[in-house]
Ligand binder design. Structure first.
Ligand SMILES: O=C(O)CCC(=O)C(=O)O
Ligand SMILES: [Fe+2]
Length: 357
């Protein structure tokens, strides 16, 4: 399953025909694969190098220093530092085809700069004083790319009215730096742990940059038997990967499926015993809809023939529910309330009253 690489410039400065073509190619790649790659994405090689350098500096701090800005696990957006093996994203799809494995990763999460509801947490050590301004600017630039991609989807759907873009303002995105410490091939192949278990992200789309270590794998929908995951190796560290998340699935009433992905043993080391896999780093811009925005199906995708199969809950309620699962705070009632599989298509919208957490 080839993931196409699309030239962002075609949409930014292209002719009307080129803009339409880009929009069409983006949608078609999302529909077919759940992923796309972007070139000319506005980030320079130097900026990406600096991003990974800051990531190194952050994770190289002592555990005590990192724990000074702890993320408090709970059903809310994450802020600050989460240590190794706390989050378990494998639980998100436990009812489907995936086994639960703990994730061997630590991460730093950051939200909107002016977020008063869930404020950011920044390292205080003077050696990290440049981290905050760099990350805030990087966040803003990612947001601009995502809003432009939402506009491209409007063009593709011929609803060129700003309504999709408006659904993502004000920003409620979480940006995450993840560090996967060194680990042996044997441990990753033991069946007890992985780097990050198979999952889909929560928002409409995610922007991802990875370092040169490798190990990212995506579900290939053309494989119907056996292991469906295939490597998406880093061709270079400036490559931007886009994946479709759950919100786009919900907005399109199930027409576009989220891109399932995981991080496992890099291809070249598979099956080798006694080898240590180097540490790995990635940056995921987990783009989100505005907190009060519904993640229920858009009017365009609902009709009497195709009634809504997802409830009309807000993006924040959806995120709270998904986070309660990865932090082991899930309750069965929540699953019944928010999970599409638990809702009969015809009764979803009338009967589901989301709890306000
Ligand atoms: O590290 C990666 O390449 C993937 C990270 C990821 O899937 C996530 O943060 O949601
Ligand atoms: Fe992800």
């Amino acid at each position: 399953m080839a993931v196409p690489s699309l030239d962002f410039n075609k949409f930014i400065v292209g002719t009307p025909e080129e803009r339409k073509q880009f929009a069409h190619d983006l949608l078609s790649s999302f529909e077919r694969t759940g992923f796309a790659k972007l070139t000319n994405h506005t980030f320079s090689t130097a900026q990406l190098q600096e991003l990974f350098n800051w990531g190194q500096s952050f994770f190289n701090q002592s555990l005590d220093a990192k724990n000074e800005i702890p993320n408090e696990p709970g059903p809310r957006p994450m802020r600050g530092y989460t240590p190794w093996r706390v989050e378990e994203v494998g639980k998100l799809h436990y009812d489907e085809k995936v086994r639960i494995l703990t994730d061997s990763k630590e991460h730093f999460d950051q939200g909107p700069t002016d977020d008063l509801e869930f404020p950011n947490k920044w390292p205080t050590d003077s050696s990290m004083s440049g981290f905050r301004p760099f990350m805030e600017a990087f966040y803003q630039q990612c947001n601009d790319v995502c809003l432009t991609l939402m506009h491209a989807l409007e063009v593709a759907w011929e609803i060129d009215d700003g309504s999709l873009v408006a659904r993502c303002i004000p920003s409620a995105t979480d940006m995450r730096l993840t560090h996967y410490p060194e680990i042996t091939v044997d441990e990753l192949q033991s069946g007890r742990t992985t780097r990050i278990a198979p999952h889909t992200d929560f928002g409409p789309i995610t922007l991802l940059f990875q370092d040169s270590t490798g190990g990212l794998e995506i579900e290939d929908r053309t494989i119907t038997k056996g292991n469906p995951f295939v490597p998406l190796p880093p061709t270079d560290t400036t490559e931007m990967i886009l994946n479709v998340g759950d919100t786009l699935t919900r907005w399109t009433n199930g027409r576009i499926t989220g891109g399932m992905h995981q991080v496992a043993v890099p291809e070249a080391m598979k099956g080798e015993s006694g080898l240590v896999i180097p540490s790995r780093m990635s940056m995921a811009y987990l783009f989100k809809a505005g907190r009060d925005t519904s993640v229920g199906p858009l009017p365009k995708f609902v009709s009497t023939k195709e009634p809504a199969i997802y409830p009309d809950i807000t993006a924040l309620e959806f995120q709270r529910w998904r986070n309660s699962i990865v932090y082991n705070l899930d309750k069965e009632e929540d699953d019944a309330k928010y999970n599409s599989h638990a809702i009969k298509p015809t009764e979803g919208l009338q009967q589901i009253q989301p709890a306000h957490a």
